[in-house]
Design a protein around this ligand. Structure first.
Ligand code: ADP
Ligand code: MG
Length: 546
């Protein structure tokens, strides 16, 4: 049963019961037979009807339910009005109660219908009584005033106007209330959805988001922001944003100036201290406005760009090396052929007996230098056009140990040099071209020795990871400045007296083709640490070659 129909039944029962009890109490205290039997009659009718309403309540719709109840009430009210004197009855106001109920629950149509019902019932009752069709009730308390038709019609007219006015006014208000509450519900729903969306967006974007008060104090940070900054939200909220290291103290005023001009600020900041690392952070600051357009602070969106920057630098290097490689391979070939001719001719001339020792020496220099040049070109061509790889399983730990032994016995190593190694495990199999990998080890280790002209220690350690094998070469030689470090893998950049500047370029290429990486950490006059990381799986190698 609809709740308002049930409520109506309950209220009616309570009212009727109260009335009944009051009548009983009066009757027993006054101990005088009052002419209020009609009250018992109406109470009995109402109780009877209540049972009907409950029955109907489970069978019919809300509307039918309410209509039947209001109609029943109107009939009972008419009976009451009849018993209490018709036009003289003080109970005709009860019609208004029913009309108000109908208007409130069934709106305008219900109001008009109930008012019309009341008009018909009341009108017919009045007419029937006036023309004597219905006798005046015997037990009337009320001394009836003489009934005239003009009095009847005046009375009816005022009552009817009252009924309709009440119906229209109440239903109007009730409809309005209904509409407002529907709108409110819709708005509340919208607001809830909006808030949920907002929450979702803010919580789930991968970028950091901080909102700032107009004077640059953090008022909110999203979870991604906390993760990126490696700090808890409470350590950020309430702090001036300058303390986060995104910009220097004075910059904020400049920012604010730009922002009030309506522009957005986008910056990249290097070396922002996060945890115990220095990272590159990209951020954008935009003014935050209220719906009315008033400035209420700023939003700061940021991202950690460090990894992206590293990747970018790697790609740029790869690109440049490809370009340099192609261009110079052509030139190298052009040099090689005349060089062979020159060397050949000098070889023949050198055999001639007509040369004095001085001339013989010069010829030897030409031969030695052209041999060196030829070797450089051969190295270079190997770099641009790497030989066919023969990937196979091999013991990378053993290869490393052998290469270091070779270096220990090379003439470049003096008594002031020490090579320490800690190769664990002593045997580790990966897939790759063992000759080329040896070449990489040789190039890097030899550089380390060359970087320590006054002696020092080269320390080689290994670290097998889940699917990688990492080898680190650390020396305490002269190190590199930032510029040298950036150019380390570029061909023909050399600072060593007998260098060609190709060793690292070739190594880079080989490692790249094996699907690995080289990482460099170097400090000028302190030393260099180079880590080669090679994947142990065959799949990577095949992909890298393809
Ligand atoms: P080359 O050895 O023929 O000069 P490389 O490509 O092997 O060419 O090295 C390029 C340059 O990088 C070297 O000339 C040197 O300036 C620098 N370099 C390489 N390794 C080291 C190191 N361990 N310490 C300092 N500088 C280094
Ligand atoms: Mg070298």
């Amino acid at each position: 049963m609809p709740s308002d129909a049930r409520m109506l039944i309950a209220i009616r029962v309570v009212v009727v019961t109260t009335l009944l009890l009051a009548a009983l109490i009066i009757q027993y205290t006054v101990r005088e037979l009052l002419p209020i039997n009609y009250l018992y009659t109406t109470a009995a009718i109402t109780y009877g009807l209540t049972l009907v309403y409950i029955g109907v309540g489970y069978a019919a719709s809300r509307k039918i339910n309410l209509i039947i109840q209001v109609a029943g009430d109107l009939v009972v009210e008419t009976v009451l009005v009849y018993f209490t004197g018709g036009l003289d009855s003080p109970f005709s106001f009860l019609y208004l109660v029913s009309i108000i109920t109908a208007s409130m629950l069934l709106y305008r149509r219900g109001g008009i219908l109930s008012a019309s019902g009341a008009v018909i019932l009341y009108g017919v009752l009045g007419d029937l009584m006036l023309y004597g069709v219905l006798p005046l009730p015997e037990q009337s308390w009320f001394i009836p005033t003489p009934w005239t038709s003009s009095r009847l019609y005046l009375n009816m007219a005022t009552n009817f106007a009252g009924f309709y006015a009440t119906a229209l006014l109440t239903s109007y208000l009730s409809e309005k209330l209904q509409k407002t509450s529907e709108e409110l519900d819709a708005n509340r729903q919208n607001l809830a959805e909006l808030r949920a969306l907002n929450q979702n967006v803010v919580e789930s974007i991968p970028s950091g988001l901080i909102t700032l008060s107009p004077d640059g104090v953090a008022t909110f940070i999203n979870p991604a922001g906390c993760l990126l900054l490696r700090r808890e939200a409470h350590a950020i909220i309430g702090r001036p944003i300058a303390q986060l290291g995104f910009y220097a103290e004075g910059e904020w005023d400049e920012f604010r100036h730009t922002l009030t001009g309506g522009s957005v600020i986008r910056r990249e900041k290097h070396d922002v201290a996060i945890g115990d690392e220095l990272r590159t952070i990209g951020f954008a600051v935009t003014p935050l406005n209220t719906i009315e357009g008033a400035a209420s602070g700023y939003t700061l969106i940021f991202q950690d760009l460090t990894d992206m920057k590293t990747l970018e630098a790697e790609l740029r290097l790869k690109d440049r090396m490809a370009a340099v490689g192609e261009l110079s391979a052509g030139i190298a070939h052009e040099i090689r052929n005349p060089l062979a001719a020159i060397a050949g001719s000098v070889q023949v001339l050198k055999k001639s007996t007509a040369l004095n020792p001085q001339e013989q020496r010069l010829m030897s220099i030409i031969l030695k230098e052209s041999e060196r040049l030829n070797k450089s070109i051969a190295d270079f061509l190997r770099f641009v056009k790497p030989q066919e790889k023969r990937p196979a399983e091999f013991d990378i730990a053993a290869s490393l140990a052998e290469t270091l032994d070779l270096l220990r016995n090379s003439p470049e190593l003096t008594a002031t040099h020490t090579i320490e190694d800690e190769i664990v495990p002593p045997s580790y199999t990966i897939v790759g071209d063992s000759d080329q990998i040896r070449q990489v080890f040789w190039n890097i280790a030899r550089n380390a020795v060359q970087a320590m002209p006054n002696g020092g220690t080269l320390r080689v350690t290994t670290a097998p990871a889940a699917d990688h094998y990492n080898i680190t070469f650390s020396d305490n030689g002269r190190g590199m400045n930032d510029a040298d470090q950036r150019r380390l893998f570029q061909p023909f950049r050399t600072n060593f007296p007998t260098g060609t500047g190709l060793g690292m370029a070739i190594s880079y290429r080989i490692v790249q083709e094996h699907g690995g990486r080289i990482e460099v950490v170097s400090h000028e006059n302190a030393g260099t640490s180079i880590t080669v990381s090679l994947p142990s799986s065959a799949a990577t190698m095949r992909n890298a070659v393809a």
